[in-house]
Design a protein around this ligand. Structure first.
Ligand code: PGA
Length: 254
């Protein structure tokens, strides 16, 4: 079953109004030059830039996403942002359970699961992140950890239309280190198998599983050419138009 490759930028806590708008416009222009790209493009700026970036992307083929959401629609949750608000800003996607949120904010897989359900309630697509730490990989537990995170973080109501998975080994994020292609293939295949058990083969075969962690233009072909890899979640390299676009171009799938 053909899955449409997703090239997603996770800007993390980067960007002010002017440079954020310029970055989004630059991406939109380059995507336009590609004519009819075979892959889907997405940028996920910080909350403060969502409405600005929405305007910058108007009329383009680049989708907008956020980096987190609360489980409630509104109320007494100081500092939080609800899925209703994200929808209101024009978001189509929300990244959930990124390892930086799991680590910095103690987010559990159960919470990620609840957030994904709240996102679905507003018609948002969830990008659910999983991945092992270096200690877990060294202990030979990478597959177990990722399988457990998938089982607990992905809601029963997840479908290939409302959910994307991102495998991001924690030790590969922002470090320039990437797993071997064999290791990436192994984890992605295990994730798809787990999804099949949980959601049925139909969903599992069509659900996109992205790889994330030090994806750059020079390793895009190798990583994105793998059987079960359906795109990339890109941090550092998504902050430069050229790098972000060259990852898509070099993947050979766009
Ligand atoms: P990186 O980040 O590309 O800078 O390694 C990826 C991510 O954390 O989503």
């Amino acid at each position: 079953m053909a899955r449409k490759m997703l090239i997603a930028g996770n800007w993390k806590m980067n960007g002010l109004l002017a440079d954020g708008a310029a970055l989004a416009k630059g991406v939109a222009e380059e995507v336009k030059k590609m004519g009819k790209p075979q892959c889907e493009f997405l940028v996920c700026p910080p909350f403060t830039l969502l409405t600005t970036i929405k305007k910058a992307l108007r009329g383009s083929k680049v989708a907008l996403g956020a980096q987190d959401c609360h489980i409630a629609e509104k109320g007494a949750h100081t500092g939080d942002i609800s899925p209703v608000m994200l929808k209101d800003c024009g978001c189509q996607y929300v990244i959930l359970g990124h390892s930086e949120r799991r680590a910095d904010h103690g987010e559990s897989s159960e919470l990620v699961n609840a957030k994904a359900q709240a996102a679905y309630g507003q018609g948002l697509k969830a990008i659910i992140c999983v991945g092992e730490t270096l200690a877990e990989r060294d202990a030979g537990k990478a597959l177990d950890v990722c399988t457990r995170q998938i089982l607990d973080s992905v809601p029963e109501s997840a479908t290939w239309q409302n959910t994307v998975i991102a495998y991001e080994p924690v030790w590969a994020i922002g470090t320039g280190k990437v797993p071997t292609t064999k290791d990436v293939e192994e984890v992605h295949a295990a994730i798809r198998k787990t999804l099949a058990k949980k959601l049925g083969k139909g969903n599992a075969n069509r659900m996109r599983i992205l790889y994330g962690g030090s994806v750059k233009p020079n390793n895009a072909k190798e990583l994105l050419g793998l059987e079960d890899v359906d795109g990339a979640l890109i941090g550092g390299a998504s902050l430069k138009v050229e790098d972000f676009i060259n990852i898509a171009k070099n993947s050979g799938a766009c």
